[in-house]
Ligand binder design. Structure first.
Ligand SMILES: Nc1ncnc2c1ncn2[C@@H]1O[C@H](COS(=O)(=O)NC(=O)[C@@H](N)CS)[C@@H](O)[C@H]1O
Ligand SMILES: [Zn+2]
Length: 412
């Protein structure tokens, strides 16, 4: 699947401290320590209801990680999937009498457009589950052959499940207790109540073909993959057995990232699969998480069609900390528009207060678990000074413009 348009990232003189990020599995903010090439897998959309502001907030957070690693001199091998086959997509297509393939393609195209408008740096590999069907079924076959997976005793539908006990670490990524894992498994696409499973938490790897359902031929028999194994296969085959960061929203902590990590580790024997598991808070509207099931969605494309500057959307979503559950409000957008106008006015000056300290502050705050509220406050302070008391440094406006572009993705 083709990715979206590249983004030019200006070079900013100097270097910041190592990027430190909160890691869900250890419950701590820890330094990331990528090699020359940072390896990042961020789960992509299930292509319907794209791109709502919750999606956007999550991809913007990991765009900052991408930008900060580049600012520290790393290449970034960024991989993202598209869950273009799965129950929720089929259900939505059925609800709207839509062809599920057409729905997926249309929504993925809109997502790419919105990511380009938001100037999110594109993943190097953007891979759909359907196009990866061969490698996914191959991984399932290997897990089955190794004894890490098994078929339920169901003559009609001998579906393949993963044995969540095999790695001996199951639960280390989320740190949730059994009761919480069972609840989230049931709420988020799992089938803990399915008879014949070794453990209720064992996730589906391969669903044998049902009448009327799309299916693919494979050595496992005709069927389609479970949700988690697609991300394990796509990540392993492009990034290898251990990556620097596995990212997504907090609703992916369990079962999705727990199971994906367990699949990878059962296959490779390498633990942990990801050195950081990083998750974003939920964007809400009127006190409820913005979600497809609730239908309380605000779309990037709608705001764009109303003439909203994507840079203001970015500022509004980055004004809160990425790990906080936070609300989207009209006031947030108004404040972002005012900021954008003030910042643009300040960098349009021919001279301004020296900005070296500002650049240092930006790097320091962002390296501290993406502390965008403090970073934005530092820009506000510099802009206020520039507009009220002017300044004499003629290189400062251009330096601020480049730093905001490179580090925050905001084009003034
Ligand atoms: N309200 C929200 N706030 C913040 N992030 C959200 C919100 N809703 C969904 N997300 C995040 O947006 C990303 C895409 O969500 S999704 O479209 O449901 N797709 C999936 O979760 C799977 N395709 C991942 S393999 C996920 O990381 C999810 O956690
Ligand atoms: Zn995923």
């Amino acid at each position: 699947m083709h990715t979206w348009a590249p983004v030019d990232v200006p070079l900013v003189p100097g270097e910041g401290p190592p990027l430190r990020l909160y890691d869900t599995s250890t419950g701590r903010v820890r330094p990331t320590a990528p090699g020359r090439e940072a390896l990042m897998y961020v789960c992509g959309i299930t292509p319907y209801d794209a791109t709502h502001l919750g999606h956007a907030a999550t991809y913007l957070a990991f765009d900052l990680v991408n930008r900060l690693w580049r600012d520290l001199g790393h290449d970034v091998h960024y991989v993202q999937n598209v869950t273009d086959i799965d129950d929720p997509l089929l259900e939505r297509a059925a609800r709207d009498q839509d062809d599920w393939v057409v729905l997926g393609m249309r929504e993925t195209a809109l997502f790419r457009e919105d990511m380009e408008a938001l100037r999110v740096i594109p993943p190097r590999h953007y891979i759909g589950a359907v196009e990866a069907m061969g490698e996914i079924s191959e991984l399932v076959g290997k897990l089955l052959a190794s004894g890490a997976a098994y078929r339920v005793d169901d003559a009609e539908f001998p579906d393949v499940y993963f044995d969540s006990a095999v790695t001996g670490h199951f639960g280390y990524e989320s740190n949730y207790d059994e009761e919480t894992m069972l609840r989230f498994s049931a709420e988020r696409g799992g089938d803990p109540e399915r008879p014949g499973k070794r453990s209720p938490l064992d996730p589906l790897l391969w669903r044998m073909a049902r009448d009327g359902e799309p299916h693919w031929e494979s050595d496992l028999g005709a069927g389609r993959p479970g949700w988690h194994v697609e991300c394990a296969a796509i990540a392993l085959n492009r990034l290898g057995p251990q990556i620097d960061l596995n990212g997504g929203g907090s609703d992916l902590i369990f079962p999705h990232h727990e199971c994906g990590a367990a699949h990878a580790e059962a296959f490779t024997g390498v633990h942990p699969f990801a050195r950081h598991y990083t998750h974003t808070g939920m964007i809400g509207l009127d006190g409820e998480k913005m979600s497809k099931s609730r239908g309380n969605l605000v779309f990037v494309s709608k705001l764009r069609s109303e003439g909203v500057d994507p840079n203001a959307i970015r500022i509004a979503l980055l004004a809160g900390h990425y790990r906080e559950d936070r609300a989207w409000t009209g006031a947030l957008l108004d404040e972002a528009n005012a900021r954008l106008a003030r910042w643009r006015e300040a960098v349009a000056l021919t001279a301004a207060p020296a900005a070296d300290d500002l650049v240092t502050s930006l790097r320091t705050h962002l390296a501290d678990d993406l502390d965008t509220p403090r970073a934005i406050a530092a820009v506000d302070a510099w802009a206020a000074q520039a507009l009220e008391r002017r300044g004499s440094d003629e290189t400062a406006p251009a330096l601020v413009r480049d730093a905001l572009d490179a580090l925050l993705g905001i084009r003034l």
